[in-house]
Design a binder for this molecule. Structure first.
Ligand code: DC
Length: 219
């Protein structure tokens, strides 16, 4: 078992994992692994390669050869700042497509494991508790109703000045959830020993507080 303390935060799109992970990392002075960003970067490269999303070998090669640097507020891919490009809805959808390819998941596995460094790691994703850090001492599965997740996404986009329709967002979220839940390799499911937190009617601070309490009970 790894000596590095790891808290995994898995769950569907828009459940608030990213914000919760960031606040937990700040409180505990842990590092963060935003594993979704790795799939988004791979999706961006596959999209730009222009050969469609059916070529698993090409996608896995792009995943294993990409040079990535996470900065304080973004990410540099092969020397280019792609922080905004990977955050669009279509980049999320492309990420979900490459994430269904076992060879891509295999290409990213050891890299993700290497993020576990002292003093600790908050690992945000879909399979952090089931596949990447199965020994993690605390595993959270964060959910929220589909309507609430679409509303939150709508609000986030509004704040960035991007207009969107709640109905279209809800449909996209449902499509992505379905693909993530039903894929053969590392589907989106809670680990057997995960604690499920439904954040539909909780504030972010309440969720963070619950997780910090669970963590201090364990350590
Ligand atoms: O968390 P996110 O929205 O940035 O993730 C984008 C997509 O990447 C998501 O639809 C599924 C995939 N993903 C995954 O399959 N496994 C992970 N550990 C993280 C993300």
């Amino acid at each position: 078992m790894s000596a590095v303390p790891v808290i995994t935060v898995d769950g569907p799109s828009g459940a608030g994992k990213g914000t919760v992970a960031k606040l937990l990392a700040e409180q505990l002075k842990f590092k963060i692994l935003d594993s979704g960003a790795l799939y988004r970067l791979t999706g961006l490269l596959v999209n730009r390669a222009g050969n469609g999303f059916d070529n698993e070998i090409e996608a896995a090669e792009l995943a294993s050869s990409m040079q990535v640097e996470f900065t304080v507020d973004g990410v540099i891919l092969n020397g280019e700042d792609v922080s905004l490009a990977i955050r669009t809805e279509s980049a999320g959808n492309d990420a979900s497509k490459v994430a269904a390819m076992p060879a891509v998941r295999a290409a990213l596995l050891d890299w993700q494991k290497a993020f576990a460094k002292m003093p600790g790691l908050i690992a945000d994703g879909r399979d952090m508790g089931t596949t990447v850090f199965p020994q993690a001492p605390l595993k959270i599965f964060l959910t929220a109703s589909a309507e609430e997740r679409a509303q939150r996404r709508h609000k986030q986009l509004n704040e960035k000045g991007i207009s969107s329709s709640i109905a279209a967002l809800a449909a996209e979220i449902a499509e992505r959830d379905e693909r993530d839940r039903t894929r053969a390799t590392s589907p989106l499911v809670p680990a057997d020993d995960a604690i499920v937190i439904d954040s539909t009617s909780l504030s972010i601070d309440e969720v963070v507080q619950q997780i910090l309490t669970l963590w201090s009970d364990r350590s």
